[in-house]
Design a protein around this ligand. Sequence first.
Ligand SMILES: Cc1cc2nc3c(=O)[nH]c(=O)nc-3n(C[C@H](O)[C@H](O)[C@H](O)COP(=O)(O)OP(=O)(O)OC[C@H]3O[C@@H](n4cnc5c(N)ncnc54)[C@H](O)[C@@H]3O)c2cc1C
Length: 414
Amino acid sequence: MIENDFLSTPEEIKLRDEVKSLVKGVDSELLRKMDKNEIDYPFEFLHEAAKRKLLGLRFPSKYGGRGMTWTAEMTALEEIGILGSGLGCSYAMVSIVGEAINHFGTEWQKQEFLKPIIKGEKLSAECLTEPRGGSDFFGTTSKAEKKGNKWLIDGEKRFIAGGKVADFYLVYAKTDPEKPGHKALTAFLVERDRGVKVEEVYNLLGFRGMGTARIVFKNVEVPDKYRIGETNGGAAIFNRMMVPERLTSAAGALGGARTALEIAINYSTKRKAFGMPISNFQGVSFKIAESVTKLDAARALIYTAARAADAANKGLPVDPRRLVSEAKHFSTDTMWEVVNIAMQILGGIGYTQVYPIEKLLRDARLAPIWTGSNEIMKLLIQHEVYKMMGLPSKDRDVEMDAMEWYKKVEKVYE
Ligand SMILES: Cc1cc2nc3c(=O)[nH]c(=O)nc-3n(C[C@H](O)[C@H](O)[C@H](O)COP(=O)(O)OP(=O)(O)OC[C@H]3O[C@@H](n4cnc5c(N)ncnc54)[C@H](O)[C@@H]3O)c2cc1C
């Protein structure tokens, strides 16, 4: 309900209505089954989204996409986020893995992998995180060794969403043991039936029914034509994939937070205490005001970051990395905060399974951890900001506006 239409083009508003119709049609029983871990993966949702041509919106129409913008895709993701982080992730995975294949893949890879994921005929998963750690991505220890025209992959990846049932994985492995990670990783497309072993399917606080697994590669043989991009060129692919990875997390979290807040707003107008609706108490309505302000701020940041990514796609000299990291960190922290506020407004009943707030809260706890933790987002943001501030500037030298600007001897730095 709480949207800002004037931020969107007519095309984006039309798309949002299409996505709203998809979201509305999702059977609540599917969400309950996922939360009870009764299914391995929500295939039926993906198939329905594919049937409506709503997957892989940014990719060219010849592969089944619609050639739309990042901004359009984030409009869709906010709506999908209403369904929670599981369905949000299954929807976003096409965008994330698809980005690597569309930008760096060969025509054969696009026909074999990109087209089928957009059509919902194949399921992809991305394998970045290892048991040894996710934050230090460039410290990847899984390795691939070239033997003739084939690669032998050895290693382990954990917390892989869809890992249990994916048809193929996008895997990063170290291909030069002598060089540091950012010059030594290569990305591969690896089909599960090449001997990939699913060793653990995790019991999670939330995000259930997604087959999130630890998977092991032992001498898994992959022909060279399954390599994406250059050998040792994985860093460029990773950096590019992190745009959809983090923007979709941000927009999905916004949708989830909006859901919780809307439930709380409705509840507060109906629930009475001391003879009046609790929305009459400023202790409640001010929380709503603060929450909706933060959601508007998160949306503004997400749209700004998406527009930066669109500008970069058009060849303009824009690096969206800082804004994307800001959007991910701010929106996911906001989701956690807003869902907690919603639970507080519902009081005790919010802590039960009568309302979906407790499920949203469990989903929300994941958001600041995954797709690059929010600490890692802050590392990236500060890095980019210091880099920017080190560039020559056309701005006014405001230090000269001080009354005693001339006392340069007092400006001691060491
Ligand atoms: C349900 C779920 C689904 C997931 N899906 C996928 C998936 O599909 N594919 C995939 O590849 N990964 C996936 N992940 C992994 C996720 O991206 C990682 O958990 C995340 O990147 C953090 O890595 P880690 O768990 O190894 O924590 P670590 O990297 O060990 O970090 C632990 C803590 O230390 C902090 N920290 C680490 N380094 C620094 C630093 N330099 N400065 C400040 N703080 C730091 C982190 O922020 C974190 O709080 C998923 C995780 C979960 C829980």
